[in-house]
Design a protein around this ligand. Structure first.
Ligand code: 13P
Ligand code: SF4
Length: 370
């Protein structure tokens, strides 16, 4: 989304002045305000967050303070939309920089998903009829636009995050013969394999730019899990060679990666999990342990700083920041907070009521299962 440049006043502040003004605005707003910070945010943002966490935890944290008037979400657009969908109407959710999107979420849009569903219907028959089970249920990763969550909610489907994907997809298979999973093929594939599916025999890849997603009708009929051809540009940088290299260099190393990494990387790792799971496992390991981590660099560096007794490094020596998460600069946070104080809130994320209604069904289904 488009973000107008910051007023000059904010770009000219020193980092210390910005920090002080953020603190002051936060103090003035008191209980009216909650600041949420995703684990990939830079330290200069995280220090102001009331809660930090992964996508699931932050969606749950957003619900903890119904008395708050404002949630300032230091994360990316789909996270702020999800917070707006699940919180009561009087809570205003603010994204400090509207240009903080997610390139993976942008890999699926409503037009493409509707077209996919129509083609699946032409192949499998009427999808709105339920016998013992649905023929197919849609599951969307939380890293998707609100209108895709609504598409899913309207069709009895559900949202998942990286920390509950196995539970959610398992639930979907209890209620349907097939699952359409979008937009992240890697999380979908890793989850399917964890649930005992074969990555080729039981799955197919849906390329939205090809008729039938690039599949034959037989392949669609055979597949249990249809994976959308989307990916995260940060996590697909990790390779099996990097795991092998880390083990060669540090024979006692433990490798932990995010499930958005390719299957070949996940299969070589010792542990796999959401950002909060990575934090929990690394923090609870004894001093003296060595960790190679396959996720965004701000989180890896913070873990290294907060756990000086352990050797912690990124699996990718070229380091890989999430450029959109990085757009939440402290100057934007300062600008957003001072505008709330002035009574002129900026960058309020408002999901249209009809989209909200169906998207909430899909998110509430997930929260009930989590
Ligand atoms: P988590 O839910 O694990 O924090 O993941 C969000 C994300 O965007 C990872 O790239
Ligand atoms: Fe999106 Fe990847 Fe950034 Fe996560 S790390 S917000 S999936 S681009």
């Amino acid at each position: 989304m488009f973000q107008a440049p910051l007023p000059k006043e904010y770009t000219e502040l020193t980092s210390e002045e910005t920090r002080e003004r953020i603190r002051k605005a936060k103090q003035t707003l008191g209980k009216r305000l909650i600041i949420l910070g995703h684990h990939y945010q830079r330290d200069e943002i995280i220090e102001h967050a009331d809660y930090r966490g992964d996508s699931l935890k932050l969606a749950q944290d957003a619900l903890k303070h119904p008395e708050a008037e404002f949630i300032v979400f230091c994360g990316v657009h789909f996270m702020a939309e999800s917070a707006d969908i699940v919180t009561p109407d009087h809570v205003k959710v603010i994204l400090p920089n509207l240009a903080a999107g997610c390139s993976m979420a942008d890999m699926a849009n409503l037009f493409q998903v509707r077209s996919c569903w129509k083609q699946l219907e032409e192949t499998l028959g009427d999808l709105s009829v339920k016998n013992e089970k649905w023929k197919i249920l849609p599951v969307t990763y939380i890293n998707s636009a609100a209108n895709l969550k609504a598409f899913v909610g309207e069709r009895e489907g559900v949202v998942c995050t990286s920390s509950n994907a196995s539970k959610i997809v398992q639930w979907a298979f209890q209620n349907a013969d097939k699952v359409l999973f979008f937009p992240d093929q890697h999380l979908g594939r890793n989850t399917g394999v964890k649930l005992g599916l074969h990555h080729e025999k039981d799955m197919c890849l849906w390329d939205p730019h090809q008729p039938m997603g690039g599949n034959s009708a037989d392949k669609i009929k055979e597949s249990k899990l249809i994976l959308w051809k989307g990916h995260c540009s940060v996590h697909t940088r990790f390779t099996p060679e990097q795991v092998i290299e880390a083990r060669k260099k540090y024979p006692d190393v433990k490798v932990i990666v995010h499930p958005e990494c390719p299957m070949e990387v996940v299969q070589l790792a010792d542990e796999v999990g959401s950002t909060s799971t990575i934090v929990r496992i690394v923090e609870s390991s004894p001093d003296g342990t060595t960790w190679a981590i396959g996720t965004e660099i701000n989180l890896v560096n913070r873990l290294a700083k907060e756990n000086p007794g352990k050797k912690i490094f990124s699996l990718d020596p070229m380091i890989c920041p999430c450029s959109t998460m990085y757009r939440i600069h402290p100057s934007f946070l300062c600008w957003a907070l001072e505008n709330i104080v002035k009574g002129t809130p900026v960058n309020v994320i408002e999901v249209p009521p009809k989209v909200k209604h169906f998207a909430k069904l899909a998110l509430d289904r997930m929260l009930a299962l989590s």
